[in-house]
Design a protein around this ligand. Structure first.
Ligand code: SF4
Ligand code: SF4
Length: 203
């Protein structure tokens, strides 16, 4: 699969299917941005220096922490705060910052570029199709919620029901972004983020 401009001139997927993985989409975005570079040099101000939230997912935190569980817990305690996601009605972790992202340099380089959060990897600052945005948001929500669940599981004694509920999220304790969209969409349906009849329109 690849990303391209659709008939409305918006960034869209040419095709995705149930076995397309999140990693496939991230690779397609990298290729698309290589062919269609964003005008960052003329933008004047880095979007990494805005006041908006930098939402943190579990894979990003685990990579930064070298997959060490104690380091991941320390990172969450020391660098992140909980912020309510009112659109999807769940708590998520964001960087504890007021303006600049912690990882941007004066010269606008991201110091964790290879491990940067999935929301940064899915971000394209040009017009995107509704379909692109829905898939992006469902992927992001799954991995953002996985960080909350992993942190709870590391630091609390939980009931068997809670553990079972948390483990239904396909990204919990995943080692990367190689999760198929069919699993992201099934989880989204279970959480009430996606209706059954909406799924087919996304492929
Ligand atoms: S990604 Fe877009 S908004 Fe951010 S600095 Fe580059 S051009 Fe500007
Ligand atoms: S993690 Fe990197 S890409 Fe993401 S907002 Fe911070 S500096 Fe920008």
């Amino acid at each position: 699969m690849e990303l391209l401009f659709d008939s409305e001139g918006k960034v869209n997927y040419d095709k995705i299917d149930k076995d397309t993985t999140v990693e496939d989409i991230l690779k397609a975005i990298d290729i698309f941005l290589d062919k269609n570079p964003l005008p960052c040099d003329d933008c004047g101000e880095s979007c990494c220096k805005k006041a908006w939230s930098v939402e943190m997912d579990n894979i990003c935190v685990n990579r930064i922490s070298n997959w060490n569980e104690d380091s991941a817990s320390d990172f969450v305690r020391q660098r992140l705060v909980i912020k309510r996601n009112y659109y999807r009605e769940f708590d998520q972790y964001v960087l504890d910052k007021e303006k600049n992202c912690h990882f941007i340099t004066e010269e606008n380089y991201c110091t964790i570029y290879e491990q940067r959060p999935i929301i940064c990897r899915l971000y394209i600052c040009i017009d995107k199709s509704y379909r692109y945005n829905v898939v992006r948001e469902l992927i992001g929500s799954t991995y953002l919620q996985a960080l909350i669940f992993e942190d709870e599981m590391r630091n609390n004694v939980l009931s068997a029901d809670s553990i079972e509920k948390y483990r239904r999220n396909p990204a919990v304790f995943a080692k990367g972004y190689d999760i198929a969209l069919k699993d992201i969409f099934s989880y989204a349906e279970e959480e009430g983020w996606l209706y059954d009849d909406e799924r087919d329109e996304l492929y």
